[in-house]
Design a binder for this molecule. Structure first.
Ligand SMILES: [Mg+2]
Length: 171
């Protein structure tokens, strides 16, 4: 692959988790909207609810003025706990997003009411979150997956491709 193609798979920033991102710096850079992946970014794959610490993080980010939305490829229809929590936090949820296709990301920008230069995508997968964000020119932040459990497709295909792209995951 040539350099510019590889760049599409490169996050602008990487961190061990959503707790270790410098949100103050993002704000100073003009980022106002955060487009967050759910599974293995904010909670383990298919978790029925968020843990307290993550809820606190999300509400503190809202308190700082960030607009947040969840963009998930998951079928969340039956995960009422998560949907209810997000509703209580006032965080819109867009699913199934079909990342890396652009439609969900565009919908997220519209929902947040921010331009692409004012948004950041935060997620654990190169082939969905990072590729999708980069394709639209949105700032991208890769985090380590919260748990080793994930969708079989992710485990069998996506993670192998990530390895070929040079990603090392600490687990
Ligand atoms: Mg994920």
């Amino acid at each position: 692959m040539c350099g510019s193609q590889l760049k599409l798979f490169s996050p602008r920033e990487e961190g061990p988790s959503v707790f270790e991102i410098d949100y103050g710096e993002l704000w100073r850079e003009g980022i106002r909207g955060l487009i967050l992946d759910l599974d293995n970014t904010l909670c383990p794959w298919r978790a029925p609810s968020l843990d307290g610490e993550t809820e606190e993080l999300l509400s503190s980010l809202k308190g700082k003025g960030f607009r947040l939305c969840i963009l998930s490829n998951g079928r969340l229809d039956r995960r009422h706990g998560i949907l209810r929590e997000m509703e209580q936090l006032g965080i819109p949820v867009i699913f199934p997003a079909r990342k890396p296709l652009p439609f969900g990301f565009r919908k997220a920008l519209k929902t947040l009411g921010v331009r692409k230069g004012e948004a950041a995508v935060i997620g654990d997968q190169l082939l969905t979150d990072i590729l999708g964000g980069n394709l639209l020119g949105i700032y991208t932040i890769l985090v380590e997956p919260v748990s080793p459990h994930e969708h079989p497709f992710t485990r069998l295909v996506s993670r192998k491709l990530e390895k070929l792209l040079g990603r090392r995951v600490r687990r």
